[in-house]
Design a protein around this ligand. Structure first.
Ligand code: MD3
Ligand code: FE
Length: 207
């Protein structure tokens, strides 16, 4: 475990190969119940390059007219999001030690050319709770900065099986995904093969 900056913890290889396979199976089942969809930027309506879905009582989404928000239902099927798999609830307890369970698990699916611009996560009412992120599949170059967009940033590689926890002073730091690295060494486990090159799960408290 490495503390990148105060409050930001990196657990390289937290999930071994067998745990990554089990998690991939769980996420494939979530995608069957809640198909991947494309969110759009507020106002411009430009599509994001990442495809996403959610599990848990609330799911993150965005569209042109109503912007970034959490919703209890899938924007296309109208169904409630499927529950967060027990495996993920257990990892949340182990790594965050936070007394309440996550309310949202966002599943981001990256193709080879997808990226995510530098942003803050501030669509939640509760900034006390930490955020937990898990990565599967291709490596990516991740960028992490400070509470202001203009703060200096550090880049590092996130690999399949890595976990990150962001709490306290790191909770509102800017971050983004610069690029996906060639997925030759770490393709997505079989149940998710064909969906993309990399999957990231972000677990959050919302209310
Ligand atoms: C640092 N996702 O969905 S995970 C996001 O790899 C998001 O899909 C990226 O940023 C991804 O909002 C990065 C790492 C992460 C997630 C949340 C954070 C880093 C964070 C919240 C605060 C600070
Ligand atoms: Fe984010």
């Amino acid at each position: 475990m490495a503390e990148i900056v105060p409050g930001a913890f990196h657990f390289p290889g937290f999930l071994d190969a067998a745990a990554q396979e089990r998690l991939a199976q769980e996420i494939a089942a979530v995608i069957e119940q809640a198909p991947l969809f494309v969110s759009r930027m507020p106002k411009s309506g430009l599509p994001m390059s990442v495809r996403m879905t959610n599990c848990g009582p609330l799911g993150w989404m965005s569209d042109r007219d109503r912007g970034y928000r959490y919703e209890p239902r899938h924007p296309e099927t109208g169904a409630l999001w499927p529950p967060i798999p027990k495996m993920l609830l257990d990892i949340w307890d182990e790594l965050t030690r936070y007394p309440k369970p996550p309310e949202a698990c966002l599943v981001n699916v990256y193709s080879n050319d997808a990226k995510m611009g530098l942003h803050q996560d501030r669509d939640e009412a509760d900034f006390e709770a930490p955020i937990l992120s898990l990565s599967l599949g291709a490596d990516c170059r991740f960028r992490f900065g400070g509470p202001k967009r203009s703060d200096k940033t550090v880049g590092f590689t996130l690999s399949s099986g890595d976990a990150l926890v962001f709490g306290g002073p790191a909770r509102l730091c800017f971050h983004g995904v610069d690029r996906i690295l060639p997925p030759i060494l770490t393709p997505l486990p079989a149940p998710l093969a064909g969906q993309g090159a990399r999957v990231n799960l972000t677990l959050r408290r919302v209310t």
